[in-house]
Write a protein that binds this ligand. Structure first.
Ligand code: SAM
Length: 443
């Protein structure tokens, strides 16, 4: 569960039924658990979803009997993950324009746009579906929560494009989210129910139109991948949920075949990179399809107080030609402990030995001026340098401090790696020099 998910703690059914009395008749007492509901009872599940949306988000939602009942904690997780992705890449759009999202297959509840808008004041959505009944309820739910000016419903054609993006306008979307139909046919639904691969409510109450699509979720999301290639940077982040691990392999393969730069379940055609805490997961069976690391850790071989480390870093980075360094206001990831950040912008490699040699030669008066001067001024690298506030961790048999370099923007991975390794080497040299001057000063 996402660290910011309010449902990480066990639900208090007494409080919930008090806040939402329609839940009251479904409350049962279990000797081991106290008040709860019967999770196999579809009606009880519906009331629980309504109660959670009502109590936690002041959302009033009607759910038809013959459509999926979305579990709120799990849906909230996806919204929080999207927030993380946007926050981690927010340095490229820090203006106050609305954040534009698209929800593919919004369902009768329109749960993602409702949660997204309720928890983020600047978010707006285009929400699509192909199912008349779901669209009717979604419209009602959006209107009942006074969100019609922020959520636009679009009826999609099942045989037409999935992504409602037009090449004729200049609207850029920040993200696409999607909880696709999972299965390829009825038999797969039944097989999956037997294997209990999905939650019982997802299997029991969903209509075929919600759960079945030709080729299943993997074909659906691969269609999204193909369409996304047409649209490129018209959307910053394309994302989708996937229910089966095997689908993840199919989608990553489709992305790799198209030479997409980053992948997971979120993909992008921009030059923005996410920290490893979002972009990579530790599951051993998925390591073969993980994207390359965007976060590189430099171990300092000993403990250095964070403030001291910070001033060492300033001293190293500030004098580098063509590099600007600022206090980072940039997003700190949930997984990071308290940290401070420096945000580095570089127009070119000016630090490597080769670059310094080149500069020496080009400063000779007979060498003509750089004809690519304009390009040379463009930012080629943005890197966040994270200095954890904890003085050090025990690692490889000793206590040591760490600096983490996060690649945030740029097309040239080698430039990022060379910057991180240059600064890392300088840190080591600075520590040796300080040790020699004042051996007792760094403990
Ligand atoms: C698994 S449900 C997800 C519903 C809701 N978003 C949720 O998470 O509870 C999949 C939804 O996708 C819709 N759908 C199926 N094919 C679609 C398509 N080609 N374009 C848009 N929506 C589609 C279905 O009608 C259904 O509402």
């Amino acid at each position: 569960m996402h660290p910011r998910n309010v449902f990480r703690v066990p639900l208090n059914f007494s409080d919930l039924s008090e806040a939402y009395p329609a839940l009251q008749p479904y409350i049962i007492q279990l000797p081991s658990k106290g008040p709860t509901i019967n999770f196999q009872d579809i009606a009880a599940q519906r009331r629980l979803t309504e109660a959670l949306l009502h109590k936690q988000f002041k959302l009033s939602v009607s759910l038809p009997e013959n459509r999926l009942c979305p579990p709120v904690p799990n849906r909230l997780n996806y919204v929080l993950w999207i927030e993380d992705i946007l926050a981690a890449s927010s340095f490229v759009s820090e203006d106050s324009r609305p954040v534009r999202g698209i929800d593919i297959g919004t369902g009768a509840s329109a749960i993602y746009p409702l949660l997204g808008c309720r928890t983020n004041a600047t978010w707006m959505f285009v929400a699509t579906d192909i199912d008349e009944l779901s669209l009717k309820y979604a419209k009602m739910n959006i209107e009942n929560n006074n969100l019609s000016d922020r959520i636009t419903l679009v009826k999609s054609d099942p045989s037409g494009p999935i992504l409602p993006i037009s090449s004729k306008d200049d609207i850029v979307y920040d993200f696409i989210m999607c909880n696709p139909p999972f299965y390829s046919d009825r038999e797969e639904v039944l097989r999956s129910a037997e294997a209990k691969e999905f939650e019982p409510n997802a299997v029991c109450t969903g209509a075929d139109v919600e759960m079945i699509t030709p080729g299943g979720e993997s074909a659906f999301v691969c269609r999204m991948v193909n369409e996304s290639i047409e649209h490129g940077v018209k959307c910053r982040w394309y994302t989708s949920m996937l229910g089966k691990m095997s689908s993840l392999n199919d989608v990553v393969k489709a992305l790799r075949d198209k030479k997409t730069r980053r992948w997971a379940i979120a993909w992008s055609f921009t030059d923005v990179h996410l920290p490893d805490s979002i972009a990579r997961i530790t599951n051993p069976s998925l390591q073969g399809i993980m994207p390359p690391r965007n976060s590189l850790t430099h171990a300092c071989r000993k403990v250095i107080p964070p403030e001291r480390l910070r001033s060492i870093l300033w001293g190293i980075i500030k004098p580098i030609d063509g590099v600007t360094v600022n206090e980072g206001s940039s997003h700190r990831m949930e997984s990071e402990s308290s940290t401070s950040n420096l945000v580095i912008q570089a127009t070119a490699d000016t630090w490597s030995r080769a670059a310094r040699r080149k500069k020496l030669i080009s400063s000779h008066p007979v060498v003509p001026m750089d004809v690519d001067k304009v390009d040379a001024l463009a930012i080629q690298l943005i890197c966040r340098v994270e200095i954890p506030d904890n003085p050090g961790i025990h690692h490889r048999g000793r206590d040591e401090s760490h600096v983490v370099f996060h690649w945030m923007k740029g097309r040239n991975r080698l430039l990022f790696e060379s910057f991180a390794s240059h600064v890392g080497r300088k840190i080591d040299t600075a520590i040796v020099a300080i040790d020699e001057e004042e051996p007792m000063s760094i403990a």
